[in-house]
Ligand binder design. Structure first.
Ligand SMILES: *Cc1c(COP(=O)(O)O)cnc(C)c1O
Length: 754
């Protein structure tokens, strides 16, 4: 049956037709038709099957991505246009699944797309959060948090009818398995994302995101990363993690048996991947389940070690999870003896206390358990892996040198170029054919067009169209006006001090003061921010308040607003990213060197022809190597300098502040009467005090250089053809950052799926 008939039949079931249906109904019908088509398709098969465990899968809207991979976008556009609508209009009815919150979750989503697209057997395993992290509300000048429900009567979730019993300390709890289908790109494969859920989920809180954290049976899957500032919240995180991995481990062994293999053969037929430390308890859980099936502890531990791989995502100490043994005894008593045995086993390999699984205060170090009992450990960009091996995980790298490798992150070009930037995708295809859609490395063929002024102008024209499109979307969706002829300078990512949005805020103040003095730029600049702050992260929320106050001050100042705009896009998510990134001129990647493990938005911006303004941090290092120094704007201290400064412990922000009158003026403005009239005094004062007294992520260290290089970058924009050539080189070199390349490397070095 062709897709048009399939769609007509679903609409008839719904009691309507394409001509009568609303866009919301058409969306619903397309979802059902797509889902049913996929249900009939098969997952990839092979000797070894991967289970990718992750607390987050930030998948984004799925209709367009699925239709694209099924090769149906053109047909659907044709059907819809005959009825006066379009995929873009219809997909506006699709709620974005709130199953993740940032780069780590988005990476997991890109990986699932690449695994299926490469025809590899691999499923995701996670949790079915009902209300996500939160929906951000900025209407009161500070961040407000509301539930972000996304599950409607028709959704991408398929109730598999399969469930597992998870043995918690308080008794068993049923984990029900829902699947989201993951089609490969035009290859007939459909893998699965398995999401576990409680049977009787709690309703959303009426207002805000406070809820009864003790009501585990009903609220376990309510929110991603529930507030962990009290013990009930920390325990709930452990409940979530054990629920995910226990159900996932039981699924693995059930499927292994179904495929006709014995539990002893686990490592030959299964690869388990642990995405950051949240799923670490899968290690003791698998050991527990294997010993239950009659395998001796030592053998079970060896099998599990050969099965598991672990990816580290951060060197920020506070992000490496540790759990007191007491929590585990309460939540998951079944794995406590296993963890003690694993600790003893690890101690037979080394007497180094620094790498102990259980430390002398009885705290379990999840990353340490991961490294001892995985056969492969990787960082996510060359610099990050180097820092892991040479400093953060040095004792481990000396103990297990063969385990460590780098796997530089990637993005799926299906979503992040073909899907979100059809104009650029079309231009690229008209120039070099469409081989790049399967093999992004072929984008390098664009280099032959360097010096071709007609093509370069076409690139600039596409960017102009995308800026118009973004302006229209901001007006319609967010009630924000921007000038498409201004330079779009965009910083979108989670709000965190190490990412240094606060340094970008200092630039905004500096620029504001310059314009007030009559130093107007050649062309207006639009600074765009989008970011959620963790609800308990005060300074991050304060930085949002500062940016909102600045935004209003600038907009209402008739001397400044013709030249500078600062817009804060509320509730940044994948959908917003898909509108923002194709329209960016400048990509802000300004983390303190050594702190951003990789970054992936830097890759998305590059592929969409934005130029990186950044530090030599994370994958920025590899971007700069690929495109050459003349095609990026680098500033700031090196990671070596920064690590040195931390080691010496003698960074003093107040020295910078006092010795530099320009900086004093900019900093003092944070607590100026103008801003205090617009923003919360508590928030602004805390930001100010942190700058001068602490500045842990050294914004003041790099601020001068940042302002200087940003000014040079904005001035360079005026030589349009030269700028266009730089964007060309960036697009041409971005193919390295395809997650297909990343997944091929994981498969070659770690998973060995086929
Ligand atoms: C890519 C992406 C991220 C990661 O951004 P970084 O700048 O790499 O931290 C976060 N959120 C969303 C919605 C994304 O699409």
């Amino acid at each position: 049956m062709d897709f048009e008939n399939r769609l007509a039949r679903v609409l008839a079931d719904m009691g309507t037709t394409l001509d009568d249906a609303t866009n919301a109904q058409v969306f619903c019908a397309l979802l059902r038709a797509t889902r049913d088509l996929e249900t009939a398709m098969r997952p990839a098969a092979g000797e070894r099957k991967l289970y990718y465990f992750s607390a987050e899968f930030l998948v984004g809207r799925l209709l367009r991505a699925n239709l694209m991979n099924l090769g149906l976008v053109d047909e659907v556009e044709r059907i819809l246009s005959a009825h006066g609508t379009s995929l873009a209009e219809v997909e506006d009815s699709e709620p974005e699944p709130s199953l993740g919150n940032g780069g780590l979750g988005r990476l997991a989503a890109c990986f699932l797309d690449s695994i299926a697209s490469l025809g590899l057997p691999g499923d995701g395993v996670g949790l079915n959060y009902h209300y996500g992290l939160f929906r951000q509300d900025l209407s009161r000048g500070v961040q407000g948090e509301e539930p972000n429900p996304w599950i409607e009567p028709e959704s991408w979730l398929i109730d598999t009818g399969t469930s597992f019993s998870v043995p918690f300390g308080f008794g068993p709890l049923t984990a029900r398995m829902y699947d989201i289908e993951v089609p490969g790109y035009e290859n007939g494969v459909v893998n699965r994302l398995h999401l576990f859920d409680v049977e009787d989920p709690a309703p959303a809180p009426e207002h805000g995101i406070a809820f009864d954290k003790g009501d585990v049976r009903h609220s376990l899957t309510s929110f991603l990363y529930p507030d962990d500032s009290d013990e009930a919240g920390r325990l709930l995180r452990v409940y979530q993690q054990y629920f995910m991995v226990s159900a996932g481990a039981q699924l693995i062994l059930a499927e292994l048996e179904e495929r006709g293999f014995a539990p002893e053969e686990l490592a030959e037929h299964v690869a388990v991947h642990i995405n950051d430390t949240h799923p670490s308890m899968v290690i003791p859980e698998l050991v527990r389940l294997l010993t239950e099936r009659g395998i001796a502890f030592e053998d079970a531990a060896a099998i599990v070690e050969r099965t598991c791989g672990y990816t580290n995502h951060t060197i920020l100490a506070e992000a490496l999870e540790t759990w007191p043994m007491g929590y585990l005894e309460q939540v998951a008593p079944g794995i406590v003896p296993v963890i003690r045995q694993l600790d003893e086993l690890a101690r037979t390999r080394t007497g180094d206390e620094r790498v102990a699984v259980i430390d002398d205060s009885g705290v379990v170090h999840m990353a340490n358990m991961d490294v001892h009992f995985s056969h492969a450990v990787n960082g996510v960009a060359a610099l990050h892996t180097q820092i892991l091996v040479e400093s953060e995980m040095r004792p481990f790298a000396e103990l297990y040198p063969e385990k460590f490798s780098n796997k530089t992150n990637g993005i799926t070009f299906r979503r992040w170029l073909m899907g979100c930037n059809p104009a650029l995708a079309g231009l690229v295809t008209s120039a070099i054919g469409d081989g790049w859609k399967r093999d992004a490395a072929q984008l390098e063929d664009l280099l032959a067009l360097r010096g071709d002024a007609v093509f370069t102008q076409a690139l600039l024209d596409v960017k102009g169209q995308n800026k118009e499109r973004l302006a229209a979307w901001l007006r319609a969706e967010k009630n924000i006006q921007v000038d498409p002829h201004s330079i779009f300078d965009i910083q979108v990512k989670r709000m965190h001090q190490y990412k240094r949005q606060q340094m970008n805020a200092l630039y905004a103040i500096w620029k504001y003061l310059q314009i007030k003095r009559g130093n107007v730029p050649n062309r207006p600049v639009t600074m765009v921010f989008g970011a959620k702050a963790a609800p308990a992260y005060t300074l991050a929320k304060d930085t949002i308040a500062l940016l909102l106050a600045l935004s209003g001050l600038i907009a209402d100042d008739p001397e400044v607003s013709p030249w500078l705009r600062l817009v804060f896009v509320e509730n940044y998510n994948v959908t917003a990213a898909e509108h923002l990134i194709p329209a960016a001129d400048v990509s802000e990647q300004i983390s303190l060197a050594s702190k951003e493990a990789s970054g992936t938005s830097n890759m998305k911006f590059m592929a969409n022809g934005a130029l990186t303004l950044g530090t030599l941090d994370g994958a920025n290092v590899e971007i700069a190597e690929l495109v050459g120094r003349e095609n990026v704007y680098l500033f700031g201290r090196s990671s070596e300098d920064v690590i040195d400064l931390y080691d010496r412990g003698d960074y003093r922000p107040w020295d910078f502040w006092q010795s530099d009158p320009g900086l004093t003026e900019v900093l003092d403005f944070v607590c100026s009467p103008e801003l205090l009239a617009r923003g919360d005094a508590g928030c602004l004062t805390r930001v100010y005090r942190d700058f001068v007294a602490k500045d842990y992520f050294m914004a003041l260290l790099d601020a001068r250089d940042y302002v200087a290089v940003k000014e040079r970058c904005l001035a360079d924009y005026e030589d349009r053809l030269a700028w266009g050539e730089k964007t060309l080189v960036n697009i041409a070199k971005s193919g390295f950052f395809s997650s297909d390349r990343t997944i091929r490397e994981y498969n070659r070095d770690i998973w060995h799926l086929s």
